[in-house]
Design a protein around this ligand. Structure first.
Ligand code: G3P
Ligand code: CA
Length: 255
C-alpha cells in the first residue's frame, strides 16, 4: 500500500513539474523597467524569468539595435526613424527616462549587449521586427556572442521567419500571429517548412488550435499575458511558453 501511494505521489509531482511553462519576460521585465533595455533584462533575470523576449531593427550603419517601434519617439521622446539613423545617434537617446526617472540614462541597446546578460541555463527570444535585411548583421552578432545555443527567433513576417530558420537551423524558430484565419491556413505549412512552433496572441489560443498544432509536432507559445487566470487557462491547454510583462507575478501564480 505504501508503495502504491509513493508511486501516485511521484506521478503527481512529475505531472505538476511537466506542466510548468517557460516564463518569457516580454521586452524584459517591462511592467517595471523600461522595455527593451539592459535594465529590463537584468530585472527579468533577478525575477527568475526563463527567457527574455526583445525586438530588433537594423540601424542605417548595419548595427542590430533593440527597440520595438520603427521610430524612437515613444520610448525616447525624440523622433528618428531607426532604419535611417546611425547607431551613434540612436545611442545618444535616453530610453529609460520615459518610464521612470530611476532609469534615466538607459540606452537603446545593441543586440550583443542584451545577449551578454543571459545567464547559464536561460534563453533569449529575439523578435525580428524588420525584414530579412537584418539577417547578415544578426548572424554576425550571434556568431560572435558565444551564446548561440541560448537563442530563439520569432517573427510575424512569414518569409522572414522561414529565412531565419534556414540561417539558424539548430535554433528554435516560431512564427508569430494574432489572426486566427491565417494561423489555420499556415499551420501545416509551418510544420512542413521545419518551424519549431507557433507563438500566438492569447486571444486566439483555444483547445482546437493547440491540439492541431500538437498533432503537427508544433510547440505553442503565447503573448502577452499579465493575468494569472489567463496564464493558467493557457497552460492547461498545453501552451509551453507564457510571454508576460510581469514574470514575477506570473511565476508565483503558476506555482
Ligand atoms: O512575443 C511576441 C510579442 O512581443 C509580439 O508583439 O508587439 O509586443 O512585439 P509585440
Ligand atoms: Ca515583441
Amino acid at each position: 500500500m505504501y508503495r502504491y501511494f509513493s508511486f501516485v505521489l511521484f506521478l503527481q509531482i512529475n505531472l505538476a513539474a511537466q506542466a510548468q511553462p517557460s516564463i518569457i519576460a516580454h521586452r524584459g521585465s517591462s511592467f517595471t523597467a523600461p522595455e527593451n533595455t539592459v535594465a529590463a533584462a537584468q530585472l527579468a533575470w533577478q525575477q527568475n524569468a526563463d527567457a527574455v523576449e526583445l525586438d530588433i531593427y537594423l540601424s542605417k550603419d548595419n548595427r542590430v539595435v533593440v527597440i520595438h517601434d520603427s521610430n524612437t519617439k515613444r520610448t525616447t521622446g525624440q523622433e528618428f526613424n531607426v532604419a535611417e539613423t546611425s547607431a551613434d545617434v540612436l545611442r545618444s537617446l535616453d530610453a529609460g527616462d520615459w518610464k521612470n526617472e530611476l532609469y534615466k540614462g538607459e540606452k537603446i541597446p545593441f543586440l550583443e549587449e542584451m545577449i551578454a546578460t543571459i545567464p547559464d541555463g536561460k534563453k533569449m527570444v529575439i523578435e525580428i521586427k524588420c525584414g530579412v535585411e537584418v539577417l547578415p548583421a544578426l548572424k554576425l552578432a550571434v556568431d560572435l556572442s558565444g551564446k548561440k545555443q541560448q537563442l530563439i527567433f520569432i517573427a510575424f513576417g512569414w518569409e522572414t521567419i522561414l529565412a531565419t530558420k534556414q540561417l539558424f537551423p539548430e535554433n528554435a524558430c516560431y512564427w508569430l500571429s494574432g489572426w486566427a484565419p491565417e494561423v489555420q491556413e499556415k499551420m501545416k505549412e509551418s510544420a512542413i517548412k521545419g518551424l519549431d512552433g507557433l507563438n500566438l496572441n492569447n486571444k486566439i489560443v483555444d483547445k482546437k488550435t493547440v491540439r492541431r498544432a500538437k498533432r503537427l509536432g508544433l510547440e505553442m507559445l503565447s503573448w502577452t499575458i499579465d493575468d494569472a487566470e489567463e496564464a493558467k487557462r493557457l497552460v492547461k491547454l498545453g501552451v509551453t511558453g507564457i510571454t508576460t510583462n510581469r514574470p514575477d507575478l506570473i511565476r508565483s501564480s503558476l506555482q
